[in-house]
Design a protein around this ligand. Structure first.
Ligand code: 2P0
Length: 331
Protein backbone atom coordinates (compact mmCIF):
# COMPACT_ATOMS: atom_id res chain seq x y z
CA UNK A 1 0.00 0.00 0.00
CA UNK A 2 1.06 3.57 -0.71
CA UNK A 3 2.57 5.25 2.40
CA UNK A 4 2.06 8.91 3.27
CA UNK A 5 4.25 10.61 5.88
CA UNK A 6 2.86 12.58 8.81
CA UNK A 7 3.83 15.98 7.42
CA UNK A 8 1.98 15.30 4.17
CA UNK A 9 -1.05 13.95 6.04
CA UNK A 10 -1.12 17.11 8.18
CA UNK A 11 -0.63 19.34 5.12
CA UNK A 12 -3.94 18.06 3.73
CA UNK A 13 -5.67 19.38 6.86
CA UNK A 14 -3.84 22.67 7.45
CA UNK A 15 -3.65 25.96 5.54
CA UNK A 16 -0.58 26.72 3.40
CA UNK A 17 0.99 28.94 6.06
CA UNK A 18 0.04 30.21 9.48
CA UNK A 19 1.14 32.26 12.46
CA UNK A 20 -0.38 32.98 15.88
CA UNK A 21 -3.51 35.12 15.90
CA UNK A 22 -3.71 35.38 19.72
CA UNK A 23 -1.14 35.51 22.50
CA UNK A 24 -2.41 32.34 24.13
CA UNK A 25 -5.21 29.86 23.53
CA UNK A 26 -6.81 27.40 25.94
CA UNK A 27 -9.02 24.40 25.16
CA UNK A 28 -10.39 21.34 26.94
CA UNK A 29 -11.23 17.84 25.76
CA UNK A 30 -12.84 14.92 27.59
CA UNK A 31 -11.36 11.55 28.50
CA UNK A 32 -13.00 8.78 26.51
CA UNK A 33 -13.46 5.09 27.31
CA UNK A 34 -13.67 2.69 24.40
CA UNK A 35 -16.66 0.33 24.44
CA UNK A 36 -15.50 -1.29 21.17
CA UNK A 37 -11.73 -1.04 21.22
CA UNK A 38 -9.18 0.42 18.85
CA UNK A 39 -6.61 -2.35 18.81
CA UNK A 40 -4.26 -2.59 15.86
CA UNK A 41 -3.05 -0.17 13.22
CA UNK A 42 -2.94 -0.53 9.49
CA UNK A 43 -0.55 2.46 9.38
CA UNK A 44 1.79 3.06 12.32
CA UNK A 45 2.83 6.56 11.20
CA UNK A 46 -0.65 8.02 10.80
CA UNK A 47 -2.31 5.94 13.53
CA UNK A 48 -4.78 4.48 11.07
CA UNK A 49 -6.75 1.67 12.68
CA UNK A 50 -7.60 -1.78 11.39
CA UNK A 51 -11.17 -1.39 12.65
CA UNK A 52 -13.76 1.17 13.72
CA UNK A 53 -14.05 1.81 17.44
CA UNK A 54 -16.77 3.26 19.66
CA UNK A 55 -16.42 5.22 22.89
CA UNK A 56 -18.19 7.21 25.56
CA UNK A 57 -16.91 10.49 27.01
CA UNK A 58 -16.32 11.03 30.73
CA UNK A 59 -16.79 14.22 32.66
CA UNK A 60 -13.03 14.41 33.17
CA UNK A 61 -10.96 16.67 31.00
CA UNK A 62 -7.56 17.74 29.93
CA UNK A 63 -7.17 21.51 29.60
CA UNK A 64 -4.28 22.82 27.56
CA UNK A 65 -2.89 26.31 26.98
CA UNK A 66 -0.64 27.10 24.03
CA UNK A 67 1.77 30.05 23.85
CA UNK A 68 4.87 30.89 21.87
CA UNK A 69 8.19 30.18 23.61
CA UNK A 70 11.56 31.79 22.98
CA UNK A 71 14.28 29.20 22.56
CA UNK A 72 12.85 25.69 22.90
CA UNK A 73 9.60 23.82 23.48
CA UNK A 74 8.57 23.68 27.12
CA UNK A 75 5.74 21.45 28.29
CA UNK A 76 4.27 21.31 31.78
CA UNK A 77 1.90 18.61 32.99
CA UNK A 78 -0.14 19.54 36.08
CA UNK A 79 2.32 22.43 36.64
CA UNK A 80 5.39 20.16 36.57
CA UNK A 81 7.83 20.67 33.66
CA UNK A 82 8.27 17.51 31.61
CA UNK A 83 11.91 16.42 31.20
CA UNK A 84 12.92 16.78 27.57
CA UNK A 85 13.95 13.12 27.45
CA UNK A 86 10.63 11.80 28.79
CA UNK A 87 8.58 9.71 26.34
CA UNK A 88 5.56 12.02 26.63
CA UNK A 89 7.63 15.15 25.91
CA UNK A 90 9.11 13.46 22.84
CA UNK A 91 5.65 12.40 21.62
CA UNK A 92 4.29 15.93 22.12
CA UNK A 93 7.19 17.56 20.28
CA UNK A 94 6.77 15.13 17.39
CA UNK A 95 3.15 16.28 17.20
CA UNK A 96 4.04 19.97 17.62
CA UNK A 97 6.43 19.62 14.66
CA UNK A 98 3.33 19.27 12.49
CA UNK A 99 1.97 22.60 13.76
CA UNK A 100 5.25 24.54 13.80
CA UNK A 101 5.03 27.49 11.38
CA UNK A 102 8.83 27.44 10.97
CA UNK A 103 11.73 25.44 12.48
CA UNK A 104 12.65 28.42 14.70
CA UNK A 105 9.17 28.65 16.23
CA UNK A 106 8.83 27.13 19.71
CA UNK A 107 5.85 26.32 21.90
CA UNK A 108 5.05 26.70 25.54
CA UNK A 109 2.41 24.13 26.47
CA UNK A 110 0.67 23.95 29.85
CA UNK A 111 -1.54 20.93 30.39
CA UNK A 112 -3.69 20.00 33.37
CA UNK A 113 -5.85 16.95 33.93
CA UNK A 114 -8.96 17.05 36.09
CA UNK A 115 -8.55 13.31 36.45
CA UNK A 116 -7.03 12.31 39.76
CA UNK A 117 -3.84 10.51 38.72
CA UNK A 118 -4.75 7.69 41.07
CA UNK A 119 -7.92 7.01 39.07
CA UNK A 120 -5.76 5.55 36.31
CA UNK A 121 -7.55 7.59 33.66
CA UNK A 122 -4.80 10.05 32.77
CA UNK A 123 -5.07 9.91 29.07
CA UNK A 124 -3.13 10.73 25.96
CA UNK A 125 -6.47 10.86 24.12
CA UNK A 126 -7.84 13.88 25.98
CA UNK A 127 -4.33 15.38 26.00
CA UNK A 128 -3.78 15.36 22.24
CA UNK A 129 -7.38 16.39 21.56
CA UNK A 130 -7.10 19.41 23.89
CA UNK A 131 -3.75 20.34 22.34
CA UNK A 132 -5.22 20.13 18.84
CA UNK A 133 -8.19 22.34 19.79
CA UNK A 134 -5.91 24.89 21.48
CA UNK A 135 -3.58 25.01 18.44
CA UNK A 136 -6.61 25.55 16.20
CA UNK A 137 -7.54 28.67 18.17
CA UNK A 138 -3.94 29.83 18.62
CA UNK A 139 -3.30 29.85 14.86
CA UNK A 140 -6.86 30.75 13.81
CA UNK A 141 -7.02 27.67 11.55
CA UNK A 142 -10.82 27.42 11.85
CA UNK A 143 -10.72 23.71 11.09
CA UNK A 144 -14.00 21.82 11.19
CA UNK A 145 -14.46 18.93 13.67
CA UNK A 146 -13.68 16.34 11.02
CA UNK A 147 -10.27 17.84 10.34
CA UNK A 148 -9.65 18.43 14.04
CA UNK A 149 -10.38 14.77 14.67
CA UNK A 150 -7.93 13.73 11.91
CA UNK A 151 -5.26 16.03 13.28
CA UNK A 152 -5.72 14.83 16.88
CA UNK A 153 -5.37 11.26 15.58
CA UNK A 154 -1.82 12.09 14.44
CA UNK A 155 -1.00 12.71 18.13
CA UNK A 156 -2.62 9.53 19.42
CA UNK A 157 -5.19 7.35 17.69
CA UNK A 158 -7.87 7.44 20.38
CA UNK A 159 -7.52 11.27 20.61
CA UNK A 160 -9.63 11.57 17.47
CA UNK A 161 -12.62 10.43 19.57
CA UNK A 162 -12.00 13.06 22.27
CA UNK A 163 -12.92 16.03 20.05
CA UNK A 164 -16.56 15.13 20.85
CA UNK A 165 -18.55 14.37 23.97
CA UNK A 166 -21.18 11.62 24.26
CA UNK A 167 -21.01 8.37 22.32
CA UNK A 168 -18.50 8.57 19.50
CA UNK A 169 -17.63 6.27 16.61
CA UNK A 170 -14.23 6.43 15.01
CA UNK A 171 -14.68 5.27 11.43
CA UNK A 172 -11.53 3.57 10.26
CA UNK A 173 -11.63 4.94 6.71
CA UNK A 174 -9.69 3.46 3.82
CA UNK A 175 -7.68 6.31 2.31
CA UNK A 176 -3.87 5.95 2.67
CA UNK A 177 -3.64 9.62 3.75
CA UNK A 178 -6.09 9.10 6.62
CA UNK A 179 -8.40 11.88 5.47
CA UNK A 180 -11.45 9.64 5.99
CA UNK A 181 -10.32 8.21 9.34
CA UNK A 182 -12.02 10.43 11.89
CA UNK A 183 -14.61 10.29 14.65
CA UNK A 184 -18.29 11.06 14.32
CA UNK A 185 -20.75 11.59 17.17
CA UNK A 186 -23.47 8.98 17.67
CA UNK A 187 -26.78 10.79 17.87
CA UNK A 188 -28.24 9.09 20.91
CA UNK A 189 -27.70 9.30 24.65
CA UNK A 190 -28.48 6.97 27.53
CA UNK A 191 -28.92 9.05 30.68
CA UNK A 192 -29.34 5.97 32.89
CA UNK A 193 -25.98 4.49 31.87
CA UNK A 194 -23.43 4.50 34.69
CA UNK A 195 -19.72 3.80 34.81
CA UNK A 196 -17.50 3.21 37.83
CA UNK A 197 -13.77 2.62 38.01
CA UNK A 198 -12.31 -0.27 39.95
CA UNK A 199 -8.77 0.88 40.50
CA UNK A 200 -6.78 -2.28 41.15
CA UNK A 201 -3.24 -1.05 40.60
CA UNK A 202 -1.85 2.42 40.08
CA UNK A 203 1.45 0.96 38.88
CA UNK A 204 2.91 1.77 35.52
CA UNK A 205 2.18 -0.68 32.71
CA UNK A 206 4.84 -3.32 32.03
CA UNK A 207 4.49 -2.57 28.29
CA UNK A 208 2.87 0.42 26.56
CA UNK A 209 -0.43 -0.10 24.77
CA UNK A 210 1.24 1.08 21.59
CA UNK A 211 3.86 -1.69 21.81
CA UNK A 212 1.32 -4.31 22.90
CA UNK A 213 -0.93 -3.39 19.99
CA UNK A 214 1.91 -3.81 17.50
CA UNK A 215 3.07 -7.10 19.00
CA UNK A 216 -0.46 -8.47 18.90
CA UNK A 217 -1.05 -7.58 15.26
CA UNK A 218 2.28 -9.09 14.28
CA UNK A 219 2.17 -12.33 16.27
CA UNK A 220 -1.25 -13.34 17.60
CA UNK A 221 -3.10 -16.00 15.59
CA UNK A 222 -6.28 -14.80 17.28
CA UNK A 223 -5.87 -11.33 15.75
CA UNK A 224 -7.27 -12.66 12.44
CA UNK A 225 -10.64 -12.98 14.18
CA UNK A 226 -10.55 -9.48 15.67
CA UNK A 227 -11.67 -7.23 12.76
CA UNK A 228 -14.87 -9.17 12.16
CA UNK A 229 -15.60 -9.36 15.88
CA UNK A 230 -15.31 -5.58 16.26
CA UNK A 231 -17.85 -5.04 13.46
CA UNK A 232 -20.30 -7.38 15.23
CA UNK A 233 -19.67 -5.85 18.65
CA UNK A 234 -19.97 -2.26 17.41
CA UNK A 235 -23.30 -3.00 15.76
CA UNK A 236 -24.55 -4.77 18.91
CA UNK A 237 -23.41 -1.84 21.08
CA UNK A 238 -25.07 0.79 18.88
CA UNK A 239 -28.26 -1.25 18.59
CA UNK A 240 -28.23 -1.87 22.34
CA UNK A 241 -28.06 1.87 22.94
CA UNK A 242 -30.80 2.59 20.39
CA UNK A 243 -33.13 -0.04 21.85
CA UNK A 244 -32.12 0.56 25.47
CA UNK A 245 -31.28 -3.14 25.64
CA UNK A 246 -28.74 -3.14 28.43
CA UNK A 247 -27.92 -6.90 28.47
CA UNK A 248 -27.23 -6.87 24.71
CA UNK A 249 -25.13 -3.71 25.07
CA UNK A 250 -23.23 -5.01 28.10
CA UNK A 251 -22.52 -8.44 26.61
CA UNK A 252 -21.03 -6.86 23.48
CA UNK A 253 -18.91 -4.40 25.47
CA UNK A 254 -17.58 -7.10 27.79
CA UNK A 255 -16.92 -9.60 24.99
CA UNK A 256 -15.04 -6.94 23.04
CA UNK A 257 -12.69 -6.20 25.94
CA UNK A 258 -12.12 -9.90 26.62
CA UNK A 259 -11.42 -10.57 22.96
CA UNK A 260 -8.87 -7.74 22.90
CA UNK A 261 -7.10 -9.34 25.87
CA UNK A 262 -7.34 -12.77 24.18
CA UNK A 263 -5.32 -11.36 21.28
CA UNK A 264 -2.70 -10.24 23.80
CA UNK A 265 -2.50 -13.57 25.66
CA UNK A 266 -1.86 -15.32 22.36
CA UNK A 267 0.89 -13.02 21.12
CA UNK A 268 4.60 -13.94 21.23
CA UNK A 269 5.76 -13.13 23.84
CA UNK A 270 2.38 -13.10 25.60
CA UNK A 271 1.11 -9.84 27.08
CA UNK A 272 -1.01 -10.03 30.21
CA UNK A 273 -2.04 -6.83 31.98
CA UNK A 274 -4.27 -8.71 34.41
CA UNK A 275 -3.53 -9.14 38.09
CA UNK A 276 -5.07 -11.72 40.39
CA UNK A 277 -7.38 -8.93 41.56
CA UNK A 278 -8.49 -8.39 37.97
CA UNK A 279 -9.58 -12.00 37.67
CA UNK A 280 -11.31 -12.11 41.05
CA UNK A 281 -13.16 -8.88 40.19
CA UNK A 282 -14.32 -10.30 36.87
CA UNK A 283 -15.57 -13.37 38.73
CA UNK A 284 -17.43 -11.12 41.13
CA UNK A 285 -19.12 -9.33 38.20
CA UNK A 286 -20.22 -12.69 36.76
CA UNK A 287 -21.41 -13.81 40.20
CA UNK A 288 -23.41 -10.59 40.65
CA UNK A 289 -24.97 -11.13 37.24
CA UNK A 290 -26.02 -14.67 38.19
CA UNK A 291 -27.72 -13.13 41.19
CA UNK A 292 -29.72 -10.78 38.98
CA UNK A 293 -27.62 -7.61 38.97
CA UNK A 294 -27.22 -6.29 35.42
CA UNK A 295 -23.54 -5.50 35.62
CA UNK A 296 -20.88 -5.70 32.89
CA UNK A 297 -17.31 -4.52 32.57
CA UNK A 298 -14.76 -3.25 30.14
CA UNK A 299 -10.98 -3.04 30.44
CA UNK A 300 -8.27 -1.27 28.53
CA UNK A 301 -4.59 -2.06 28.22
CA UNK A 302 -4.15 -2.33 31.97
CA UNK A 303 -5.34 -4.29 35.02
CA UNK A 304 -8.16 -1.94 36.06
CA UNK A 305 -11.83 -2.59 35.49
CA UNK A 306 -14.56 -0.20 34.40
CA UNK A 307 -17.99 -1.31 35.59
CA UNK A 308 -21.06 -0.53 33.48
CA UNK A 309 -24.57 -0.64 34.90
CA UNK A 310 -27.85 1.26 34.87
CA UNK A 311 -28.81 3.81 37.49
CA UNK A 312 -31.42 1.46 38.96
CA UNK A 313 -28.63 -1.01 39.88
CA UNK A 314 -26.19 1.56 41.28
CA UNK A 315 -26.76 0.57 44.90
CA UNK A 316 -26.43 -3.16 44.34
CA UNK A 317 -23.28 -2.65 42.27
CA UNK A 318 -21.67 -0.53 44.95
CA UNK A 319 -22.57 -3.13 47.57
CA UNK A 320 -20.58 -5.72 45.58
CA UNK A 321 -17.79 -3.23 44.87
CA UNK A 322 -17.69 -0.64 47.68
CA UNK A 323 -14.27 0.56 46.47
CA UNK A 324 -15.56 1.42 42.95
CA UNK A 325 -15.63 5.10 42.09
CA UNK A 326 -18.56 6.23 39.98
CA UNK A 327 -17.63 8.65 37.18
CA UNK A 328 -20.10 10.95 35.43
CA UNK A 329 -20.57 10.33 31.72
CA UNK A 330 -20.69 13.38 29.48
CA UNK A 331 -23.51 13.62 26.91
C1 2P0 B 1 -8.93 2.39 22.88
N1 2P0 B 1 -6.58 1.84 23.55
O1 2P0 B 1 -9.73 2.22 21.96
C2 2P0 B 1 -7.81 1.37 23.01
C3 2P0 B 1 -8.23 0.23 23.91
C4 2P0 B 1 -6.06 0.96 24.56
C5 2P0 B 1 -7.01 -0.15 24.67
O2 2P0 B 1 -6.43 3.61 22.23
O3 2P0 B 1 -0.50 4.48 19.38
O4 2P0 B 1 -2.63 5.56 23.02
O5 2P0 B 1 -1.30 6.63 20.33
O6 2P0 B 1 -2.58 5.50 18.51
O7 2P0 B 1 -4.56 5.68 21.37
C6 2P0 B 1 -4.56 3.21 23.51
O8 2P0 B 1 -3.80 3.48 22.40
O9 2P0 B 1 -2.46 4.45 20.76
C7 2P0 B 1 -5.92 2.91 23.06
P1 2P0 B 1 -1.67 5.32 19.68
P2 2P0 B 1 -3.39 4.94 21.93
O10 2P0 B 1 -9.07 3.31 23.71
Amino acid sequence: MQRIDRKSAAAILLPLSWSPVVESATASAPVNIALAKYWGKRDEELHLPVTDSFSVALDHHTTTTVRQAIASDDITLNSIPLPTDSPFYIRCVKFLDLARPSPSFFFSIATTNTVPTAAGLASSASGFAALTLALNTFFGWNLNRQKLSCLARLGSGSACRSVYTGFVRWQKGSSPDGSDSYAIPYDDWWPELNLAILMLSPQEKPISSRQAMRLTVETSPVYALWPEQVVKDTIAIMTGIRERNFPAFGQAVERNALMMHATMFTSTPPVCYWLEKTISSMNMVWQARKQGVELYFTMDAGPNIKLLYLQQDAQSVLSYFPQARAVTLLP
